[in-house]
Design a protein around this ligand. Structure first.
Ligand code: MIC
Ligand code: SF4
Length: 644
C-alpha cells in the first residue's frame, strides 16, 4: 500500500506512536515560526522552559501583526521578541519585512520538512509541499526546545482538481468552493491533500492561497505535492537546493476524495459572517460597496499584486470606495516599486499600507458604520474588522480590484482578455531585514529587553478531585477565538498583559461575561459544535483561565483550541449525546464528580446538573500525554515534573 504526501513526511518525522488514523503520534519539528501577537507569550514560555539555544533547524520570529504603534506596548514587544530571538538562536524578521506566512514561503519553507507556527495560517507553507501546522504558542515553544509535536493522526482527504481555470478566476475561488463544500468544520481531524492535473496550472503562491485557507476548514493542515513548479519557484528565490520532489504514491489510500472541475468555477464570494457562507459573485449581484482591502497572508503575493495593478492601471478608485492595499512582503513591495506597477496602484488612488497584517486583524482601516467591505482576506467573523455592524465579504484580488473601480461588486470575467501573470524568473532577494541570531558563544551577552506591559502568564493548579462551578456562559455552534478573545488595534497591544486583556473576553457576545466570571471566582462554559474555531491564539484559553474557568463542556472542539485548553489546564469535555446541551442553562450549578479519578483511570464521567437535578453522561477525549498534562494542571506544570 502506498503513501499520501502527508504520510510520507510524517513517516520520516515520527518520534512516537503508529501512523494510524485516530492514534496519538508525535513528530519531529524542523522549523518553527512565531508572529508578534502570539510571540511574546510563546517566548515568555520558552524562557520559562529554561533553554539556551533552540534545537530546531530554523526558527523565525516575525513582527507583522502589532505594527500600529499608538503607545509604547507594541514597540516594547518588538524589542522583547528581537532580544529573545538574538539570544536563543532565532532569526528575527523585523517590522516592515512582511507577513510571516508570505515571507516564510519566500525565504524559508522547504518541501518534505515539518513546520509549526503560533498562527493558524501556518499551513500556507503547505503550498510548497511542507507539512505545516498552526499551534498554540506553548506548543511552538516546546518544539523550539527540541521536543516533538503531538497530534492525533488525521484522516486524509484528497481534493482532485481537474481541468483549468477560466480567465479571471483564481486560486481564491478554488478554496472558497472547497469551503462551500466542506464548511468551517469539514476539515476538523483531517489533512487536505491536493492533486490532479488541475494543479499544473497553479503556481506556488496560488497553492499557498489554497492551503492558507485550509485553516478556515478547521483542517490540521493542507498540502500540495512538490513538483517542477515548486522547483521553479525555489530557483527564482535563489533556493533551488531546498527543493526535493514529493508526490503521493499511485496506490495511496485516502479517507475521502472530492473532485472539483476547475473549468466549471466562476468568481466566488464568502458572505458575512463566516468564510463558509459562500455564493458565486453573480448570485450576490449588484452589492454597493464602501471599502476594498487587498492583502493579508492569503492574497498578497507578487502575482496577486500584478493582477491588481493591471486592473487599476489608468483607472480611478470609485468615489464611494476606499481602497487599501498591503503587499505581503518587502520582496513583493520592492518588486512592485522596481517594475513600476506600484505607480499604477498609487495613481489609481489606492492607499498603500505597510507589508503587514493590517486591516485583516483590525489594525486600522475599520469600515464605516454598517459599511460593506470586500477583502481578499481569509476571515470575516463579526467585529473582527473593528466595526461591529460592518459586513465583510471575502473575494479574490481580481474581484476586489475590479469592484473598487466600479463601486459595486463586479465579476472580473467581464474584463475580457487577460495577460498571463507569470511568476518572475528571479525574485528580488534581499534578506537585510532578517536579523540572524547571535553566535551561541556570544548569546550570554545579549540582554533581554522587557517593557512594563509584559506581565507573567497565569498557571493552573493540578486538576482537582471534583469540579463544582456555575455555568457562566452558554454559547452556540462555531464560536471562534475572535468571539472568545477579540483582536483589533485597541486590544492587541495587551497580548502580553492577561489581566488587562481579561476585561474584553467574550465582549462581542456578552460584555458582562468577564465581570460575572470574576465575581463567581470559578466557572464553566457551555459550547456547541466546533468550539474555538479560527485562530491559534492561546489567549482564548489563558484569559478564561485567569477569569477562573475550570472546564468547557461542548458538542465538539476545534483542534488548536482544544490543545490550547489542555496546555493551559482548562478541561475540555464533550457531551456523549449532543442533545443534552439543551438540558443546561446559563447560571446552572454543575458538578463533574470525581473527575480526577475518572480521567486518571478512564472511568465514565457523569456531569451532575445540581440546579435541574439531572445527570448527563459526558466524555473526556484526552488520551496519552495530554492526560498527564491536564492532571498536572497544564503543560508548564507537566514539563516541570520532568515529563515529556
Ligand atoms: C488571525 O488571523 O486570527 C491571527 C491574528 O493571525 C491569529 C493569531 C493571533 O490571534 O495572534 C491566528 O490566525 O492564529
Ligand atoms: Fe495576519 Fe490576517 Fe494572516 Fe492572521 S490571517 S496571519 S492576521 S494576515
Amino acid at each position: 500500500m502506498g503513501y499520501t504526501i502527508a504520510e510520507k513526511i510524517i513517516k520520516e518525522h515520527i518520534v512516537s506512536g503508529k501512523m494510524m488514523r485516530g492514534s496519538q503520534i508525535s513528530i519531529k519539528i524542523d522549523q518553527t515560526l512565531t508572529q508578534d501577537a502570539t510571540g511574546t507569550m510563546a517566548y515568555l514560555q520558552l524562557e520559562a522552559l529554561g533553554i539556551d539555544q533552540v534545537k530546531t533547524e530554523k526558527s523565525v520570529a516575525y513582527i507583522d501583526h502589532n505594527t500600529l504603534q499608538s503607545g509604547f506596548m507594541n514597540a516594547d514587544d518588538h524589542k522583547y521578541i528581537g532580544s529573545v530571538a538574538k539570544k536563543h538562536g532565532i532569526y528575527f524578521s523585523r517590522p516592515g519585512n512582511g507577513i510571516c506566512h508570505q515571507v516564510h514561503l519566500e525565504r524559508f519553507a522547504c518541501p518534505s520538512k515539518t513546520l509549526i507556527g503560533s498562527d493558524s495560517h501556518t499551513p500556507t507553507a503547505g503550498g510548497i509541499g511542507m507539512l505545516a501546522c498552526g499551534a498554540g504558542g506553548f506548543d511552538v515553544a516546546v518544539a523550539m526546545a527540541g521536543y516533538p509535536y503531538h497530534i492525533t493522526m488525521p484522516k486524509i482527504v484528497k481534493i482532485n482538481l481537474t481541468g483549468s481555470l477560466n480567465l479571471w478566476v483564481s486560486a481564491k475561488d478554488i478554496i472558497l468552493k472547497v469551503l462551500q463544500i466542506l464548511t468551517v468544520k469539514g476539515g476538523v481531524g483531517k489533512i487536505i491533500e491536493y492533486g490532479g492535473n488541475g494543479i499544473l496550472s497553479l503556481s506556488v503562491p496560488d497553492r499557498a492561497t489554497i492551503t492558507n485557507m485550509g485553516a478556515e476548514l478547521g483542517a490540521t493542515t493542507s498540502i500540495f505535492p512538490s513538483d517542477e513548479i515548486t522547483r521553479k519557484f525555489l530557483k527564482a528565490q535563489g533556493r533551488e537546493s531546498d527543493w526535493t520532489a514529493l508526490f503521493a504514491d499511485e496506490d495511496a489510500v485516502y479517507d475521502e476524495i472530492i473532485n472539483i472541475d476547475l473549468d466549471s468555477l466562476t468568481p466566488m464570494i464568502a458572505c458575512p459572517h463566516s468564510p463558509d457562507n459562500v455564493k458565486s459573485v453573480d448570485e450576490v449581484g449588484n452589492l454597493k460597496i464602501d471599502q476594498v482591502c487587498i492583502g493579508s497572508c492569503t492574497n498578497s503575493s507578487i502575482t496577486d499584486m500584478m493582477k491588481v495593478a493591471y486592473i487599476l492601471k489608468g483607472k480611478k478608485v470609485h468615489p464611494n470606495v476606499s481602497l487599501s492595499i498591503a503587499p505581503g512582503s518587502k520582496q513583493v513591495l520592492t518588486m512592485l516599486a522596481k517594475n513600476g506597477l506600484l505607480a499604477d496602484i498609487i495613481d489609481a488612488g489606492a492607499r498603500v499600507l505597510e507589508s503587514a497584517c493590517g486591516p485583516c486583524i483590525g489594525m486600522g482601516q475599520s469600515p464605516n458604520s454598517g459599511g460593506i467591505s470586500l477583502r481578499t482576506f481569509n476571515r470575516n467573523f463579526i467585529g473582527r474588522s473593528g466595526t461591529k455592524d460592518a459586513k465583510i465579504y471575502l473575494v479574490s484580488p481580481e474581484v476586489a480590484a475590479y469592484s473598487a473601480i466600479e463601486g459595486i461588486l463586479s465579476n472580473p470575467t467581464n474584463l475580457g482578455e487577460m495577460p498571463k501573470f507569470e511568476i518572475p524568473d528571479m525574485f528580488v532577494v534581499n534578506d537585510n531585514m532578517i536579523e540572524p541570531p547571535a553566535e551561541p558563544e556570544e548569546s550570554s551577552n545579549v540582554k533581554i529587553i522587557k517593557g512594563p506591559n509584559i506581565k507573567p502568564f497565569p498557571v493552573a493548579n493540578e486538576l482537582p478531585k471534583n469540579i463544582e462551578a456555575q455555568v457562566i456562559l452558554k454559547v452556540g455552534d462555531n464560536i471562534t477565538t475572535d468571539h472568545i478573545m477579540p483582536a483589533g488595534s485597541k486590544i492587541l497591544p495587551y497580548r502580553s498583559n492577561i489581566p488587562y486583556l481579561s476585561q474584553f473576553c467574550f465582549e462581542v457576545i456578552d460584555p458582562a461575561f468577564a465581570g460575572r466570571a470574576k465575581a463567581a471566582g470559578k466557572g464553566i462554559i457551555i459550547g456547541g459544535v466546533n468550539y474555538g474555531q479560527g485562530s491559534s491564539r492561546e489567549h482564548a484559553a489563558l484569559v478564561p483561565l485567569y477569569l477562573g474557568i475550570k472546564a468547557v463542556i461542548a458538542k465538539s472542539f476545534a483542534r488548536i483550541h482544544e490543545a490550547n485548553l489542555i496546555n493551559t489546564g482548562i478541561l475540555p469535555i464533550t457531551f456523549s449525546n449532543p442533545n443534552d446541551y439543551d438540558d443546561i442553562d446559563q447560571g446552572d450549578e454543575l458538578e463533574l464528580f470525581d473527575i480526577r479519578n475518572c480521567i486518571e483511570n478512564d472511568l465514565p464521567i457523569v456531569l451532575i446538573n445540581r440546579t435541574k437535578n439531572i445527570k448527563i453522561p459526558v466524555n473526556c477525549n484526552i488520551k496519552g500525554r495530554n492526560k498527564n498534562i491536564i492532571l498536572a494542571g497544564g503543560l508548564l506544570n507537566h514539563l516541570k515534573k520532568g515529563l515529556k
